[in-house]
Design a protein around this ligand. Structure first.
Ligand SMILES: Nc1nc2c(ncn2[C@@H]2O[C@H](COP(=O)(O)OP(=O)(O)OP(=O)(O)O)[C@@H](O)[C@H]2O)c(=O)[nH]1
Ligand SMILES: [Mg+2]
Length: 424
C-alpha cells in the first residue's frame, strides 16, 4: 500500500557550524551556550559539524564576527563540508548579509532555530497561531533581498511551520496577516479566560510546574498525576499547557489542579515572548510554583537564573515556590546551587518517582497555610453562596438557625473575603 505522504522526499539533513561571540557578559559561558545551541540544532534535525567562538567585547552592527574571523569561518566550513551556519545570537539583516556574502552558506540564528522547533511541536490551534505570529514578527524585522538563507529550495530549518508560505509575501501582507492572527488569538484567549475564571472561582488550588526546557516538568507531571504528556530528551517538547486535577495525598480533602507549561530558555526570542505571552502567563494564575531544575546539568545554576529573570519579566511575583532538584538518579552538580527564591527545596527523581510524595506533602502544607478557619451565618436568602461554600470549601461543622446556616469552614483568601460580611 502506498502511504499517504510517501511522495514527499526526505529532507536533506543540514550540516552546520555553530558560531558565538564571547563577550564575557552573559551568565552562561560561550561554550555552555553553544552546548545548548547544539541541542537546539539536534532538536531541529541538523547535524553539528563544528563550532567557532570569537572573544570580542563589542559586536559591530554590520559584522557579527571580525573580518579575519569570518574568513577563518569560511575555510573551516569548507573543510568540514558544512551547508549552513547557526549563530548563537539573533543577527541583524546586515550581519546576516555579511556572513552570507563572505561564506556563501545559509545563515541561521538561535531565534530562527527556536521558532523552527516551536513550529514543529505546535499542536493546538492556539500554539499554531502563536508560532505563526512569532515567525511573522521575526520575518518582518528580517525582511531583505532574497539570499541563500531565504531560498525555499531544499527546505530545512526555518522553512517549516504554519508561517512557511507567508515568508515570501511583502511587509504589507505580513502586517495584515499579523492583525488577522491577533484577532483569532484574542478569541482563543477570551475562551481561555472564561475557563480560567471558572477555575479561580472554584477555589481549587492551582500548582504550576515551571522551569528550564528539558528539566523534567512533563515527566514529573506524569508521575504525580498519572497523565501521559509527551516527554522527550529534546528541547521544547511541550508547548501547550496541560492541566490535571488530582488529590495530592490520600488524606487530602480536596483536589488540586496541576499544570504543565512550556519551558524557558536563555535568550528566549522576544518575538516568541510576545506571541506566547498568554501561555507563559499561565504561571501568573497559579497559587504555587514548582520550579523543576535538572540538577545533572552543569549549567543548572545559570538555568535557574534564567527562569527567575523570565518570571520577573512576566511580572510573576510573590508566589510560594518549591524548587525540586530533579534527575538525582544521575550524577548531579555538587554542591547544588542555593535558591534564595524558594520556600522549600526537595531532591527528586521524576523518572523513578523518588521523593515525589515528599513534594506533594510540601504542596499540601503550603495550601494549608493559605487557608483560615471562619465561622459565618449565611442567610437563607443567599443560597447561592451557601452552595458555593459547600462545593469549594472544607466544612468543619454546619447547623441551621432561624436566620440562616451557621457554618465553620476552612476557606481560602477569596472565600474569606466573600464571607466576611456574615461572620459571627
Ligand atoms: N535520568 C532522569 N531523566 C529524567 C528525569 N526526569 C526527566 N528525565 C528525562 O529528561 C528528558 C526531558 O524530560 P521532559 O519531562 O520532557 O522535560 P520538560 O521539562 O517537560 O521539557 P520541555 O517540555 O521540553 O520543556 C526526558 O528524556 C526525560 O526522560 C529523571 O528524574 N531522571
Ligand atoms: Mg515538557
Amino acid at each position: 500500500m502506498i502511504k499517504e505522504n510517501s511522495y514527499i522526499t526526505e529532507e536533506q539533513q543540514e550540516k552546520v557550524v555553530l558560531i558565538a561571540v564571547d563577550s564575557g557578559s552573559d551568565s552562561f559561558s560561550a561554550d555552555e551556550s553553544l552546548d545548548e545551541l547544539e541541542e537546539l540544532a539536534h532538536t531541529a534535525g541538523a547535524e553539528v559539524a563544528g563550532r567557532l567562538i570569537q572573544k570580542r567585547e563589542d559586536i559591530s552592527r554590520t559584522m557579527y564576527l571580525g573580518k579575519g574571523k569570518t574568513e577563518e569561518l569560511r575555510l573551516f566550513c569548507e573543510e568540514l563540508g558544512a551547508t549552513g551556519i547557526i549563530c548563537d545570537d539573533e543577527l541583524s539583516p546586515s550581519q546576516t548579509d555579511f556572513l552570507e556574502k563572505n561564506t556563501g552558506l545559509k545563515i541561521m540564528d538561535r531565534t530562527l532555530l527556536i521558532l523552527d522547533i516551536f513550529a514543529k511541536h505546535a499542536v493546538s490551534a492556539e500554539g499554531k497561531v502563536q508560532v505563526e505570529l512569532a515567525q511573522l514578527r521575526y520575518n518582518m524585522s528580517h525582511l531583505r533581498g532574497r539570499g541563500k538563507s531565504m531560498s525555499r529550495l531544499g527546505g530545512g530549518i526555518g522553512t517549516r511551520g504554519p508561517g512557511e508560505k507567508k515568508l515570501e509575501t511583502d511587509r504589507r501582507r505580513i502586517a495584515s496577516r499579523i492583525s488577522e492572527l491577533n484577532k483569532s488569538l484574542k478569541q482563543i484567549e477570551d475562551h481561555r479566560e472564561v475557563i480560567r475564571e471558572k477555575r479561580i472561582n472554584s477555589g481549587t488550588p492551582i500548582i504550576a510546574l515551571i522551569g528550564y526546557t528539558n528539566a523534567g516538568k512533563s515527566t514529573l507531571m506524569n508521575s504525580i498525576t498519572g497523565s501521559d504528556v509527551l516527554c522527550e530528551n529534546k528541547l521544547f517538547a511541550t508547548l501547550d499547557t496541560t492541566t490535571r486535577q488530582i488529590k495530592p495525598t490520600e488524606n487530602s480533602k480536596k483536589e488540586y489542579i496541576f499544570t504543565d507549561t512550556v519551558g524557558f530558555i536563555n535568550k528566549l526570542p522576544h518575538s516568541l515572548i510576545k506571541a506566547f505571552r498568554s501561555t507563559l502567563e499561565e504561571v501568573k494564575f497559579a497559587d504555587i510554583l514548582i520550579h523543576v531544575v535538572d540538577a545533572s546539568n552543569p549549567a543548572c545554576k545559570e538555568q535557574m537564573n534564567t527562569v527567575y529573570s523570565l518570571l520577573n519579566e512576566l511580572d510573576v511575583k510573590d508566589k510560594p515556590i518549591i524548587t525540586v532538584f530533579n534527575k538525582t538518579d544521575k550524577d548531579i552538580v555538587t554542591p547544588l546551587p542555593h535558591d534564595p527564591h524558594a520556600d522549600t527545596t526537595i531532591r527528586i527523581s521524576a523518572k523513578y518517582n523518588t521523593n515525589t510524595d515528599k513534594l506533594l506533602e510540601a504542596v499540601e502544607d503550603i495550601v494549608k497555610s493559605f487557608r483560615t478557619s471562619i465561622k459565618v451565618n449565611i442567610p437563607y436568602s443567599d443560597g447561592k453562596l451557601l452552595n458555593l461554600v459547600h462545593k469549594n470549601c472544607e466544612i468543619i461543622s454546619e447547623e441551621h438557625s432561624p436566620s440562616g446556616t451557621i457554618i465553620e469552614a476552612y476557606v481560602n483568601e477569596e472565600y474569606r473575603l466573600r464571607l466576611q460580611k456574615y461572620s459571627v
